[in-house]
Design a protein around this ligand. Sequence first.
Ligand code: ADP
Length: 395
Amino acid sequence: MNVLVINCGSSSLKFQLINSDTEAVLAKGLCERIGIDGRLTYQPAGGEKSVEEKPMPTHTEAIQYVIDALTDAERGVVGSLSEIGAVGHRLVHGGEKFASSAVITEEMIKAVEECNDLAPLHNPANLIGVRACQELMPNVPMVGVFDTAFHQTMPEKAYMYGLPYEYYEKYKVRRYGFHGTSHSFVSKRTAELLDRSYDATKTIVCHLGNGASICAVRNGKSVDTSMGLTPLEGLVMGTRSGDIDPAILEFLAKKEGMDITELMTMLNKKSGVQGVSGISSDFRDLAAGAEAGNKRAQIALDVFCYRVAKYVGSYVAAMNGVDAIAFTAGIGENDGSVREKVCSYLGYLGIEIDKEANKQRGEEIVISTPDSKVKVLVVPTNEELAIARETVALV
Ligand code: ADP
């Protein structure tokens, strides 16, 4: 079956058409500047990438262009719409309502809408994509795959904040975690690569991209993760602060005369390694900066790696041990120096890194030595494939 995987934001939409039997990507692309002017980037497998300006006043036009490109006589990859068997939508927040993926129905959409307050920027945008697809492909079954679902197995002690209980009861203020599709995919693949049973393995997944989170997976279940009510908690990220003393908000509000919106923008967009270094959120720029003697770039890298290592240590405690640590996403897959630095804090676990293996980029590889007590791996994530698999399983 061919599955169209859609990741819809407020002004952009990423897509991949995946053949679920071969798991090959038939075509992929991106619609940008929806509601502004519109641009379609499209690439069929083995074919050339094209970029076209197209008017996209709403997501419906954007998805129509995607369908047109996929079914085009020359650059298309399917003969007609009837060859698309299902659509898998990435949905950000399923609150406590969704502990797994779900077939999209009116009732299901209503339940997702009830979670909108928890992700006001993402959920409504995701649902616009769902509605537009329903309009253009009324007879194609659709599935929603949630970023939060995998973490619904976290125990209370991991998801409750030390806040008055009434806020949990009234508004469901608790930790949810994100990147669940990636953490699930990578932890499963890690067990496969090590030829271990997923149900009897303790894995720590370090999803280190522009947004970054860590997850403790015990016997196939998420037992803790570093993001919380929102994706702001946890690691120091590209532009997000991660964990801070909450009293800093009041302190800076008074000193700088900032209101809550300005403070939140600062924490989400101007902090992280970007804020510390003052150079960039991109680790390639930071490495170049540090190499050239820029002190703040070096501090940013040090702060990032130290925070990752501290979380790994805390998850070893959470699971009373660890069998494997997997690095994934843009930084985790590509930046050997970050991996090496993080692991340099973990010698007490009996971890030894094979420096040659650790030079590899972007491929599945064990980077620990054969003697290392804990296996360390690079496992490229593939959220689209994970969504396609979930979709097929449900339709
Ligand atoms: P997201 O999906 O959260 O936007 P990605 O997982 O795509 O993020 O990761 C993007 C980040 O990965 C970049 O900001 C950059 O810091 C890092 N990155 C990508 N390629 C490399 C590389 N070759 N070396 C080091 N870091 C890289």
